[in-house]
Design a protein around this ligand. Structure first.
Ligand code: G4P
Length: 583
């Protein structure tokens, strides 16, 4: 890997520091904003605005610490002044995202929203105003039943942070989401979390990443102290030599930013003895096996910078932000259906990646979240909805994070904006001004769970219909119908059964309809065509439906049945759909 450009860790603006002197760690993130949070710097260019943005999501298995890390990042960026009381689940969860009772009860997050903050990297020059970055952290649902939603979110980000529990290593959901990132070409930064707790050795964890997902881990910071005895981070130079030691001090309950001391290697050895010597040796060893950062390979999805952290103690969190800002790519142009590229400096365009209704029972509205691809968004502008060709006035534009909502006046490429009462908008839809553009649709996942949906009371049929149409267009579940079952009992298709619970809960809360569900004994869906329908319907364990977008789907009981039919009746069309993790 020698000879390739290395954008990090050799930063062009090294900080001045004296041996052993404590460094004020709090990044001056509020520099370019006034007290009310408005941007003070006038006349920014679209290219400049896009260039200073970093839009990313955290991908992880439930319980790896995503909520804790989100809060720690917000703390470092001064969005909040203190992390949830004592990191109690109840306190913390409510600050992040819990719009439904079901979420609260289960401690999961169903909705996907975005947190935006300004961040001045401590790697940047002291006085450069343009060194203030705008970070968009797009929240993803934690439960695998909502992997389709997560997939949609990942179409809206430019980078991902893969969060791994130091004791557990790679877990199934992390692997699945990583595959999605790989397919979409999203560069991944790896964070090994919970280093304050006993866990595996750092080299073992790196081996696992290398072997199981074929990604070369390239640590930027190496832990000093084993898992459970987290003292600080060794910052690696480009040759694997220790450049400096970032020594952390715990704060009570990890509620505040952990103070850092920056020490040179000699002082670090005096202070930490064997722990430092071991870390320095291991760091050199990594270089011998080519595990040094290389920006080109990182952007190509072949390597992943690694940082060790404790989200709970706020150790390593500044390093995560600095790495994102230094290495993650800014928003780029996007390829449209006609193969042209809409550059970030072209007129406004955006892609809807998530539609959510009833996020706040006090508002009862329907929000479409769009990621801006190009140009400037100004609240109130009239844009064109590419799918219908109709104008859409953006009078109500919001950012939403958890229960916090604020009006957006301007937004730039990479930003996420929620549009209120955008009834015609669905995930994958395009909005634009001036020159027409339409981006490719977001593929839907292959459902694996199927259930009939019925209204408990026949008198509520109208509301029931309305609810089904709404939840279908939002992409909460896919709705399938056929003549035999009739319109009153459509079939819901989902990646995970928890999506059905969301349907039932929302039907009751928003439409006042009690719904009944009857699971169907199918586990697979295949795309078919009109010529195959009759023959397929004659087969045992098979039933054909029409999805609301007109696609014909054959539901099949299991893979053996499918294999049998494919062998016996090879002329029938049975094409696989996109499976979770494929594209
Ligand atoms: P998630 O959103 O990925 O599901 O994870 P979440 O942040 O809720 O964290 C899951 C559990 O892991 C929480 O413990 C949390 O406190 C703990 N945790 C997160 N980061 C760290 C870390 O860096 N070090 C340690 N030691 N623990 C961490 P819990 O028992 O479920 O809740 P509670 O302890 O907050 O009551």
């Amino acid at each position: 890997m020698a000879g390739r450009p290395r954008a990090f860790p050799d930063d062009p603006h090294p900080r001045t520091r004296s041996k052993g002197s404590p460094l004020t760690t709090a990044p001056d993130s509020a520099d370019l904003t006034t007290a009310d949070g408005q941007d003070r710097a006038p006349n920014r260019t679209v290219a400049g605005e896009a260039g200073r943005r970093r839009t990313f999501a955290v991908i992880s298995h439930p319980d790896a610490g995503k909520s804790t890390l989100t809060e720690a990042l917000a703390l470092h960026a001064k969005v909040i002044s203190e992390a949830g009381a004592v990191h109690g689940k109840a306190g913390r969860k409510s600050t992040v995202s819990d719009w439904m009772e079901m979420e609260k009860a289960r401690g999961i997050s169903v909705s996907s929203t975005a947190l935006q903050f300004n961040y001045r990297s401590t790697e940047a020059g002291e006085s450069a105003d343009d060194a203030v970055n705008v970070v968009n952290l797009v929240d993803t649902p934690g439960h695998s039943d909502f992997s389709e939603d997560t997939y949609r979110v990942l179409t809206a980000v430019d980078a991902a942070v893969m969060l791994i529990d130091a004791a557990k290593g790679l877990e199934p959901q992390t692997l699945k989401l990583f595959q999605v990132c790989r397919h979409r070409g999203i560069p991944v930064i790896t964070v090994i979390n919970k280093w304050d707790r006993p866990g595996r050795t750092p080299l073992e964890l790196l081996d696992e990443i290398g072997e199981r997902i074929g990604l070369t881990p390239t640590p930027l910071y190496w832990p000093v102290g084993i898992a459970g005895d987290f003292r600080g981070l060794l910052r690696r130079g480009e040759d694997g030599q220790a450049r400096e030691y970032v020594r952390f001090t715990r704060t009570a309950g990890g509620a505040k930013i952990a103070p850092e001391e920056i020490l040179d290697p000699d002082t670090a050895l005096e202070r930490e003895g064997d722990e430092w010597a071991t870390a320095a040796e291991e760091s050199e060893l990594l270089s011998a096996t080519g595990q040094d950062h290389d920006q080109e390979l990182f952007l190509a999805g072949q390597t992943s910078p690694v940082i060790f952290a404790s989200a709970m103690l706020n150790f390593g969190v500044r390093q995560i932000l600095d790495t994102l800002v230094a290495l993650a790519p800014p928003p780029q142009g996007r390829t449209a259906n006609d193969d042209t590229v809409r550059e970030v400096t072209d007129p406004f365009s955006a892609v809807v990646f998530k539609v959510q209704a009833g996020m706040d029972t006090a508002h009862r509205d329907r929000l479409a979240f769009m990621r801006i691809v190009s140009g400037v968004f100004e609240r109130g502008m009239v844009v064109t909805h590419a799918q219908t060709g109709k104008p859409f006035a953006t009078k109500y534009a919001l950012t939403v994070f958890g229960r916090e909502r604020s009006t957006v006046e301007n937004a730039y490429p990479g930003d996420v904006v929620g549009l209120v009462n955008a009834n015609a908008l669905a995930p994958g839809h395009t909005l634009y001004v001036d020159k027409k553009v339409q981006f490719p649709p977001i593929p839907s996942f292959a459902p694996e769970h199927f259930s009939i949906l019925r209204a408990e009371s026949a008198g509520k049929y109208k509301q029931f219909r309305r609810a089904v149409d709404q939840l279908d267009s939002e992409g909460v579940v896919q709705i399938l119908r056929n003549d035999i079952r009739g319109d009153a009992s459509p079939v819901m298709a989902a990646v995970g059964p928890m999506q059905f619970e969301v349907v039932a809960a929302r039907m009751k809360a928003e439409f006042n309809v009690e719904a009944r569900m009857e699971p169907l004994p199918y586990t697979l869906a295949r795309r078919t065509d009109a010529a195959s329908v009759d023959e397929l319907n004659r087969q045992r364990g098979v039933e054909v439906f029409t999805r609301s977008d007109g696609v014909l789907l054959a539901l099949v009981s299991d893979k053996w049945r499918l294999q049998y039919i494919q062998k016996e009746l090879p002329s029938l069309t049975l094409e696989p759909l996109v499976a979770a993790g494929d594209e």
